[in-house]
Write a protein that binds this ligand. Structure first.
Ligand code: IMP
Length: 193
C-alpha cells in the first residue's frame, strides 16, 4: 500500500519507515510533485496536522498523513506547545529555543513537561487522529549530543538521562512520535490483514 507522509525531513521519514515496515511504501510530497511548503498556521497541534494532511489530499488525491509535535511545559501554562519550532526566533533555532526555555524556567520548582505528537491520517477521504505523549521534566542544563530540538533538556519519566543521551532506538521506544506512529501502524496493519 502506498501512503504519502507530509514531510521532506529524511530523519523523520526513516523513523516512520522503520515503524511501519515493508507493507507500506512511504512517499514524500516532493515525490508527488508538491514542492511548495505545506502550510501549518493553526493554533493547535490537531489543527496543524489536519491542515497539512488536507492540503496534500486536495493536491494529490492520495491517502496521506501528517504530524505535528509540541513541548508542553506545566509551569509555562503549556508553552511553547504549538509554537515549539519558533519559540525564540522565527527560524528553527534549537540552541536559542533551549536557552529561552532555561531562562523562562529559572528558579522554577515545577519542571514537569511533556512532548505531544498528533497525527492526522486521511484514508479514502476519511480523517483519523492518533496521539502519542511522553511525560518528563526539563533539566537544569543541557546534556547529550544525540537527537534534535529540545532533546538535550528533556528527561523522560523513569530515566535520569535526557533524550539527547539516548540512542535513536532507545528514544523511539519511549518517545511521543514513536508512540503516535505505532498507533498509526497498528491501525493500518489491522486494515490490511
Ligand atoms: P514538528 O512538528 O515535528 O516539526 O516539531 C516542532 C518542534 O518541536 C521542532 O522544531 C522541535 O523544536 C520540537 N520537537 C519535535 N519533536 C521533538 C523531539 O523528538 N525532540 C526534541 N524536540 C522536538
Amino acid at each position: 500500500m502506498k501512503i504519502l507522509f507530509a514531510t521532506n525531513n529524511a530523519h523523520k521519514l526513516a523513523e516512520v519507515r522503520a515503524v511501519l515496515g515493508d507493507d507500506f511504501t512511504l512517499v514524500t510530497p516532493r515525490d508527488c510533485g508538491v514542492t511548495e511548503e505545506v502550510p501549518e498556521t493553526q493554533p493547535t497541534l490537531e489543527g496543524n496536522a489536519a491542515q497539512k494532511a488536507r492540503y496534500l489530499y486536495e493536491r494529490t488525491g492520495c491517502d496521506c498523513f501528517a504530524d505535528d509535535t509540541g513541548l508542553e511545559v506545566e509551569a509555562l501554562g503549556g508553552a511553547p506547545g504549538v509554537h515549539s519550532a519558533r519559540y525564540a526566533t522565527d527560524g528553527h533555532d534549537f540552541a536559542a529555543n533551549n536557552r529561552l526555555l532555561l531562562r523562562n524556567l529559572e528558579g522554577a520548582a515545577n519542571r514537569r513537561a511533556r512532548f505531544r505528537t498528533v497525527i492526522c491520517l486521511i484514508l479514502g477521504g476519511e480523517e483519523h487522529f492518533f496521539e502519542g505523549i511522553v511525560e518528563g521534566r526539563i533539566a537544569e542544563r543541557e546534556s547529550g549530543t544525540e537527537g534534535f530540538g529540545y532533546d538535550p533538556l528533556f528527561v523522560p519519566d523513569g530515566s535520569d538521562r535526557s533524550f539527547a543521551r539516548m540512542s535513536a532506538e532507545e528514544k523511539n521506544a519511549l518517545s511521543h512520535r514513536g508512540r503516535a506512529v505505532r498507533r498509526l501502524a497498528d491501525y493500518l496493519h489491522k486494515l490490511t490483514k
